[in-house]
Design a binder for this molecule. Sequence first.
Ligand code: DX5
Ligand code: ZN
Length: 218
Amino acid sequence: MAHIISPSLLSADFNNLGKDVEMINNSEADWFHIDVMDGVFVPNISFGFPVISHINKVATKPLDVHLMIVDPDRYIEDFKKVGADYLTVHYEACTHLHRTVQSIHNSGMKAGVSLNPHTSVELLYDMLEDLDLVLLMSVNPGFGGQKFIENTYSKIARLREMAEEKGTDLIIEIDGGVDNTNAEKLIEMGADALVAGSFVFKSENPTSTISNLKSLKF
Ligand code: DX5
Ligand code: ZN
């Protein structure tokens, strides 16, 4: 399967959001990565339902929504209503993760769990078969434009091995500091989906940056 490219709108131009959404629609990107931050789980606040709902009206590709919020159970139905296709919660923000994942599925969305850089992939072993996606943070969540953390490579390799041991299909997504210096190796280690924010939107030609990430082979 060709890898998935999910540009993060956190680095888009909020004065011209519609233009950046159109750019992604017309590019080789596969998904829209949407970062929701509450100022509690992470030291930053991004955007909420009205913005996502407007993006959903014009987006022609799936919405890959990454919740960096405490107690996400309170809002699962709301994210379904504004158009989320994949809903990813943080392991560190859920007391009853299995129940949260069940609720996401019951609402008709694909379920993902994200791990901070310090959180071991082994902690997901007992519920791996219940997940559609695991998002490995390769920076500490909260901001775009940070430096990639190298321990991500070995986490991908172990997670891929675990999925094989369990015989389960799993999308492994990498988020944070992804650029052309690490993308190829990430895919080689077993990543299926790459999020890229600043690398795409701060580049001179975002459409061709997406196309370059998409055409990488290992
Ligand atoms: C960070 C977010 C990321 C962010 C990535 O907490 O989860 O999705 O937008 O931005 P870059 O690609 O610039 O590291
Ligand atoms: Zn993200």
